[in-house]
Write a protein that binds this ligand. Structure first.
Ligand SMILES: Cc1ncc(COP(=O)(O)O)c(C=O)c1O
Length: 291
């Protein structure tokens, strides 16, 4: 049983109380957003898809030619230890790797040592009432860069998108491309149910390959639901449901977009089925039935 206590962060080479954790002002993460990150869920000591998150972290590092200062095995141990040293039974583990500290210049110096930070936060359950009512979203023109497949710490566009969603009393902002295709949310992937099939934007430079997106697709196919990875628009004939996926929310039905009701305005049957399949999968992981 975990006890309440001080929050602890890993910074480079040691554990530190969160309140004392420091990174240098010339860290390139601070100066240039020159870094990448991961968010991993842990329920009661069971990590969800830790290997997949580590693989994506390594892909992000490779994409920006950043070599982490630790091996994948060492990082796995550090993530587990950070979980252990923090008081939350259900937690989100944040791993952030930046290029490191150097005098400010766009040019990357040789022999720079990457900065590694790991923190833990409480992972709160989504209130049942929220699931029953469904989420709301707005749409915005995509103003992000052209490598959204990299899990970059440069999140200003998403911060502004979420701020606009807040201003409109919505839960999420979905990015639209120039032809009106729905790409993904600020911190979620998005699925439509069109003629009883799941439809989601294909993996390319315009979307992050969400770990939950991938899991939802695998579980849906195993359950016999067709899944099409193709560009799609909100005004397509036969669109009856929407839901969004993320590590922190599993699958969340979306019932209104830009004030327009989706389907019958209530969380859809297939969206809720996907949510149930994801939660069952997490339970099975916890019970040790799956690795
Ligand atoms: C832009 C974006 N898309 C999708 C996701 C969902 O990814 P995952 O399921 O791996 O949490 C996130 C998560 O932070 C995100 O930031």
């Amino acid at each position: 049983m975990k006890q309440p206590g001080t929050l602890t962060a890993w910074v480079n080479d040691r554990f530190t109380p969160l309140g004392e954790a420091r990174v240098h002002i010339e860290d390139r993460g601070f100066q240039f957003a020159d870094g990448i990150y991961e968010v991993i869920a842990c329920f009661g000591g069971t990590f969800i898809d830790l290997d997949e998150h580590l693989a994506r972290l390594w892909r992000s590092c490779e994409a920006i030619a950043l070599e982490p200062a630790v091996s994948r095995e060492k990082l796995r141990d550090l993530i587990r230890e950070t979980y252990r040293r923090n008081p939350f039974p259900d937690a989100m583990l944040y791993v952030q790797i930046t290029r490191g500290v150097a005098p400010r210049s766009h040019h990357i110096p040789e022999n720079i040592r990457p900065t590694l930070v790991i923190t833990a936060r409480q992972l709160s359950q989504v209130p049942e009432e929220k699931i029953r009512r469904g989420a709301t979203a707005i749409t915005l023109a995509d103003i992000r860069w052209k490598r959204c497949d990299i899990k970059s710490i440069a999140l200003l566009a998403s911060v502004l998108g979420k701020q606009e969603a807040d201003r409109m009393h919505a839960d999420e902002a979905f990015w639209l491309d120039e032809d009106g295709h729905l790409l993904e949310g600020c911190s979620t992937n998005c699925f439509a149910v069109i003629d009883e099939s799941l439809v989601t934007h294909p993996l390319d430079h315009r979307v992050l390959g969400g770990i939950t997106r991938d899991l939802a697709i695998r579980l849906a196919r195993r359950y016999g639901l067709p899944v099409h990875e193709r560009p799609w628009r909100l005004d397509e004939q036969g669109l009856s449901e929407l839901f969004m996926t993320s590590t922190t929310n599993a699958a969340m039905p979306v019932c209104r977009v830009d004030g327009h009701v989706i389907g019958n305005g209530r969380p859809g049957r297939i969206s809720m089925q996907i949510r149930t399949l994801l939660l069952q999968h997490f339970d099975e992981l916890r019970a040790g039935k799956r690795s």
